[in-house]
Design a protein around this ligand. Structure first.
Ligand code: PHE
Ligand code: ZN
Length: 887
């Protein structure tokens, strides 16, 4: 394991590699504890590197049994071999071949990086730096090689042998119980995209004919007996392959595309060339085991990994600082795919929720970093919401700024120009500057400046002049290492909502005070590139309600001076559904912030009749769009409120304020909610499509609010639904409602659910997760008890995340006033660190908002972090997170 002595890596110190590796020939003999790896590397000096430089290959916990240069043994004087590197002081000045034998132990690999065992299968994970745990290599993304991989294994143990690229040969080894397969991948790739799988797996197969008429064989490999659960993933795969041809002109480029589902996986999934390896929660689904949300995630992750074939694999990253080049762009692509498959505004709303829930707190705390970081200690810690989700927002803004048509041309140019390259963000942005004729230099600040900007909007209507003036101002608070912030280019999509709909946007010419360009007025997207900008709109016959940041056109915090009635206007009839939803959220946030303040003064908050009325009319109109209605009536979460409040946060006051608001709304709106609940009940067989999922989402959201208002009524309905449900969405939705109501009924339902699904690890994960989230003091003991449950284990990342990860996301209990929640997480992090540093470091990230808590909690959090910081032999991963958290 790499421990805490890691040296910082800096973008400014990037140097081209001194050597290139054109071909990699691997011979891998799988064995449970001693897998033999022979690597034959065709190496040559890089014309762009330093002539005569020593050759240093990366390793991680390796030892070599043999090293041959052009077939001959090497003197110990010229070669140095250690666990972390293999160095040849004076390699030949021309092309040469290096043969290296290593032996690795997949069964002992608990980090799940490199070659490891998941269940009864062998699999690999190489991104970011796992290949160096298999053999010595130039483990960096700008070294691209053509791979041929021979895999050999016991036939009985691993009848299925899969590699990157196309299968070229396979057969039995005469006179032995072993067999082999040879895979060849003609596309040069960095070693982080290498993969192999060996195991006794079930599979389903299908085929896809590309636009140009090539046939691609598709396979999904799963645990035996789970084949039927892969059907939806296969369906999603075919749909996203077609979509990428239509939306981006991208065709698949090999004869086969295989996906393997494994149950032990650090992340969501991995885009290895032609052989994606997935966390099985993003593959396996049947109506009785997976919720609608699971189906949506499967569709999105299948698409995400598939889309990487072009954005990530064909065009990869020059160095890990460019991670957003593949991740932000690929998230953007998968979001667009899901939007086209489902409801665009509803997808956007759930993406906005996710961005705010995960990225905003990161950007506002000690772990804030640029979309393109300029330094790192441990790259594993940069697979973050900032790189992924904010990275996708940056692409979305680029598209908004230059327009859809120029955006598509820019993408085409990027694919054409950078195909086969290890590229940079500059290479990417240059394509869009070129096709649009725009100077994108200032836009680049989105990549180099951390923190969530605040966009302050103030407005004034002049009745006699019939003008509406909107003043926009941006500011960004300092983040670690960046005390001073520069103005960004912020695309502000805008509408002025009058009594008869959107008013036309007419302003003076740009050179005049308050003017805007014709293009801005036509598109409704106004650019804020300076600290402030005033926009004056003419011929405005009535005072409009401004709808600012439509579609959430930029990842900023909007600070609005709109009066409450403007928000209600927008909630009722903004043509932009995202802002209709946002207006309700903003209204709720204002009410909740006021009642948190009241509660902390020792008073009782008063209900707000107008807000309840507004929600009532939203619910009355549910039939038009149940999925949207479900989003609209889901109030801000406790974490949303904590973030809105920002400083001196008291989670208990937040919990009370939210509970009271939900109680009063649930009671007042019970008739409407019941009506929607019943109207949407159906006996139709389960289908995961967007419309039916939307109906279920609204039913379950309505039930949740009914129960918040009246626990008895809610529990009765939930119990009935729990017992009669014929799909996981309804069953789990009911259980979630029951889990919030203390009493025997809840414990019985939880027991029954476990007994029904004990054999199904993905459902058991849900059962653990639900219990970690209960906002009651007894949850602490419950979690401790569950950690003794025979189904709990530190060895499986999903299981750890389900119980411990959900507890760490439980605002009131993780942040319990006495600090015991912090202590529990600190202890689990320490326990986990020696086994799987990546998972441990990620869990520690739960502390990222500790400084925003009230003073007492802050002290407890700091003490828990210090306990971690002082532990001996921390991994580089945890060391990095804990030091930055305390800095
Ligand atoms: N590259 C993967 C993805 O985004 C994520 C990943 C990173 C998986 C590191 C494993 C390890 O799809
Ligand atoms: Zn990705």
């Amino acid at each position: 394991m790499r421990t805490d002595t890691a040296q910082p890596v800096r973008l400014s110190e990037y140097r081209a590699p001194d050597y290139l590796i054109d071909h990699v020939d691997l011979d891998i003999r799988l064995h449970l504890s001693a897998t033999h790896v022979r690597a034959r590397l065709s190496i040559r000096p890089n014309p762009l590197g330093r002539p005569g430089a020593p050759l240093t290959l990366d390793g991680d916990g390796l030892s070599a049994t043999t090293v041959l240069l052009d077939g001959g043994a090497l003197d110990l004087g010229v070669i140095a071999i250690g666990p972390e590197r293999l160095t040849i002081a004076e390699p030949p000045r021309k092309a040469f071949e290096l043969t290296i034998d290593t032996i690795v132990d997949p069964s002992a690999n608990t980090q799940l990086m490199g070659l490891y065992r998941s269940g009864s299968a062998y699999c690999t994970q190489c991104e970011a730096e796992g290949f160096r745990r298999i053999t010595y290599f130039l483990d960096r993304p700008d070294v691209l090689s053509v791979y041929t991989t021979r895999i050999e294994a016991e036939k009985a143990q691993a009848p299925v042998l899969l590699g990157n690229g196309n299968l070229v040969e396979s057969g039995d080894i005469p006179g032995s119980s072993r067999h082999y397969a040879i895979w060849h991948d003609p596309h040069p790739k960095p070693c982080y995209l290498f993969a192999l799988v060996g195991g006794d797996l079930g599979s389903i197969h299908d085929a896809f004919t590309t636009r140009s008429g090539r046939e691609v064989k598709l396979g999904i490999y799963v645990e035996h007996g789970k084949e039927s659960r892969a059907a939806y993933a296969m369906d999603a795969l075919k749909r996203c392959m077609r979509w990428d041809e239509e939306a981006f002109g991208r065709e698949y480029d090999l004869d086969v595309f295989n996906i393997v589902a494994v149950s032990d996986f650090n992340m969501g999934a991995m885009e290895n060339k032609g052989l994606n390896v997935f966390n099985d929660k993003y593959v396996l689904a049947l109506p009785g085991t997976a919720t609608d949300l699971d189906y949506a995630h499967i569709e999105a992750v299948i698409a995400h990994e598939y889309f990487h074939n072009w954005t990530g694999n064909r065009i990869t990253c020059r160095d890990w600082f460019q991670l957003c080049l593949k991740e932000g762009l690929t998230v953007f692509r998968d979001q667009e795919f899901s939007s086209d498959q489902r409801s665009r505004p509803v997808k956007r709303i759930s993406d906005i929720r996710a961005l705010r829930a995960a990225q905003f707190p990161e950007d506002g705390g000690p772990l804030a970093h640029n979309v393109r970081p300029d330094t790192y200690l441990e790259i594993n810690n940069f697979y973050t919401p900032t790189i992924y989700e904010k990275g996708a927002e940056v692409i979305r803004m680029l598209k908004a700024l230059i327009g859809a048509e120029a955006f598509r041309r820019g993408m085409d140019l990027y694919f054409e120009r950078c195909d086969g390259m290890a590229a940079t963000v500059e290479d990417f942005i240059a394509c869009f500057a070129e096709v649009s004729g725009r100077d994108l230099a200032q836009f680049m600040r989105w990549y180099s400046q951390a923190g969530t900007p605040t966009l302050k909007a103030t407005s004034a209507y002049d009745t006699s002049a019939r003008t509406f003036t909107l003043t926009l101002a941006q500011s960004t608070a300092p983040t670690p290492g960046q005390p001073d912030k520069q103005p960004l280019v912020i695309p502000v999509a805008l509408g002025l909502v009058g009594s008869g709909g959107d008013l036309p946007l007419t302003t003076p010419a740009p050179h005049e005070d308050g003017g805007a360009s014709a293009r801005e007025c036509a598109s409704g997207v106004f650019e804020l590139a300076t600290e402030t900008r005033k926009l004056v709109f003419h011929d405005i016959a009535e005072r409009p309600a401004p709808s600012i940041l439509r579609g959430f056109s930029a990842p900023v915090k909007l600070d609005l001076d709109s009066p409450a009635e403007d928000l209600l206007t927008l909630a009722a009839r903004d043509t932009d559904l995202v802002n209709r939803w946002q207006a309700i959220q903003t209204s709720a946030n204002r009410l909740l912030a006021a009642s948190v303040a009241t509660i902390r003064m020792g008073d009782v908050p008063a209900p707000d009749a107008r807000f309840a009325e507004a929600l009532a009319s939203v619910i009355d109109a549910f039939a038009a769009d149940p999925a949207f209605t479900a989003q609209a009536i889901s109030l801000p979460t406790e974490a949303d409120m904590a973030r809105e409040i920002g400083v001196d946060v008291d989670p208990d006051a937040i919990h009370m304020a939210r509970r009271e608001l939900r109680r009063s709304l649930g009671l007042q709106l019970q008739p409407q909610l019941l009506k929607a609940y019943e109207a949407l009940s159906t006996d139709a067989p389960y289908s995961p499509d967007a419309r039916s999922a939307g109906a279920r989402a609204l039913r379950n959201t309505a039930l949740d609010l009914i129960a918040a208002g009246d626990a008895r009524t809610g529990a009765d309905i939930a119990m009935r639904q729990f017992q009669s449900a014929h799909n996981m969405t309804d069953q789990f939705g009911a259980l979630a409602v029951l889990s919030m109501i203390p009493g025997d009924q809840r414990e019985q339902a939880l027991d029954a659910f476990y007994r029904t699904h004990a054999a199904d690890h993905l459902v058991v994960d849900k059962w653990f997760a639900l219990q970690g989230l209960i906002p009651e003091a007894s949850t602490f003991e419950r979690v401790q008890t569950l950690m003794q449950h025979h189904a709990f284990t530190y060895a499986n990342p999903n299981r750890l995340r389900s119980l411990i990860g959900s507890f760490a996301a439980n605002l009131t209990q993780f942040h319990a006033a006495d600090g015991r929640g912090y202590d529990l997480i600190a202890s689990v992090v320490l326990e986990m660190d020696s086994r799987n540093p990546q998972v441990a470091a990620r869990l520690l990230g739960a502390f990222r908002t500790w400084r925003s808590m009230e003073a007492g909690r802050r002290l407890h959090a700091q003490a828990a972090l210090q306990r971690v910081a002082e532990a001996q032999g921390l991994s580089a991963d945890v060391r990095d997170i804990v030091d930055r958290s305390l800095a």
